[in-house]
Design a protein around this ligand. Sequence first.
Ligand SMILES: Cc1cc2nc3c(=O)[nH]c(=O)nc-3n(C[C@H](O)[C@H](O)[C@H](O)COP(=O)(O)OP(=O)(O)OC[C@H]3O[C@@H](n4cnc5c(N)ncnc54)[C@H](O)[C@@H]3O)c2cc1C
Length: 490
Amino acid sequence: METNVYDVIVVGAGNAALSAALSASEAGASVLILEKAPKSARGGNGRVTHGGRYAYGDIKGVRALIPDLTDEEAERLEVGRYSVDDYYGDLMRISQGRADPEMTMILAQESCPSMKWLVDMGVKLEVNYRGSLEKDGKRHFNPRVAMPWSPMGGGGGLNNQLFRIIEGRPGMEVRYETKAVKLLVDGTGCVCGVGVKDTTGFHDLQARAVVLASGGFQASLEMRVKYLGPEWDMVKVRGSRYDTGEGLEMALDLGAAVSGQLGGCHANQVFLSGPDVEMGDEAYAHDYHLGILVNVLGKRFVDEAADYRRHTYARLGREVFAQPRGIAFQIFDAKVTHLLDDRYQKARGVTARSLEELADELDIDDKSSLLATIQEFNSAVQEGEFNPGILDGKRTEGIEPAKSNWALRIDTPPFLCYPVTCGITFSLGGLKIDRNARVLDTEGKIIGGLYATGDILGTFYYNYAGGSGIARGVVFGRIAGRTAAAERNR
Ligand SMILES: Cc1cc2nc3c(=O)[nH]c(=O)nc-3n(C[C@H](O)[C@H](O)[C@H](O)COP(=O)(O)OP(=O)(O)OC[C@H]3O[C@@H](n4cnc5c(N)ncnc54)[C@H](O)[C@@H]3O)c2cc1C
């Protein structure tokens, strides 16, 4: 047992943890951050992200977050707006009404103020042109397609900036290769520290409050099988190998309640050629909505464009995983190749001058079925204007499954195909907290001294609205740090 008593120990060093740590420090607490990974691999899944999802009003709101933006640059941006109600509505709709209304509203309402707080703490943001469209000399943004700004350098940039701020602040310490293995509890049942394993062995560290921010359990094979089902043993893991769920297990041992969909996960399509773990963002095959998806039987199996990609991608990985051999093929023709993300150029795909040649090149069980599927799809495509910047309603009719938007015939060579599989991003089920980020037990009572934020929380059901992961970590991290610091002398 070390004799030093920290005001707040934060478990994890991703964007959620770092936000909690900064917030606690801002409120005057001494803070120790425990990172299981070595320094070279610090920062969890946040390192490979792009940006978040935040409610904002107009260009003035954007300029408050990017003070360096010149008048000329601002003049060229058509940023639209994304209100708190839009944000709340998207999250509730996507979770089929299952999400907790109070927590969802906090996330939506606090998303932009929390970003502004980070900016005030010294984080720099930049305009994120990815996903915007050039028209009439202006860049047009649809926030449901992509947010107009992101942290400078993306999620990795956000982490690096936060580490730099933290390393320069007195009263803050980070320990690497230090894994939390248990929560210490005092005679009143309140959490009073963390048992850790580091390179020298096991130790107990004392604290007046503990914030759990150690991510989801998606990198643990055992926990995937236990909570998601036996078929999830073989899935590729998109993010950090260190997110193996000890934080969740430690809290469950104390009687913590679960919320979110414990048997569900965020899982999207990744290039089959990608690595099995820590695939990063390069393996993300996210332009399926511009083409069609077929399985090894040569059949379409899902509406590729039921909604904006940011509202479908997190559930379609599961649909692919459920297909024979757990793989599928994304097929495009020359009309859309200029719209495909750069990642496609780096991935291993197949190019063919005819559909017959494409069918021959693919490792597919039924080639004639593939040709029949494409023919049937092409006949079902309705006329209308194709516009990838909005839900254009250019759809198919008379086939099952339909394609509800962006339906273009696959008829212009060269044809391109990319084999894809499922990559798990994070688990959806996790800890239940109150509006002050205090962890609740199964009787709805507060577990004294214990707070949580980020992917360890259970917030989402069935699906996920792209960008809300980073936002959730920062919003509830800020709240958790503040509350933990304020309640440390309770
Ligand atoms: C490839 C990819 C792309 C993504 N893109 C986006 C995006 O563009 N926008 C978005 O909003 N979200 C995105 N996400 C989701 C986003 O990364 C997460 O929602 C967010 O980073 C979660 O933050 P976190 O701090 O809770 O978890 P993490 O960032 O995963 O951090 C968890 C931390 O806890 C540490 N840890 C784990 N166990 C222990 C332990 N026992 N003891 C001590 N430390 C421990 C880990 O090492 C790590 O430092 C993406 C995820 C992936 C994998």
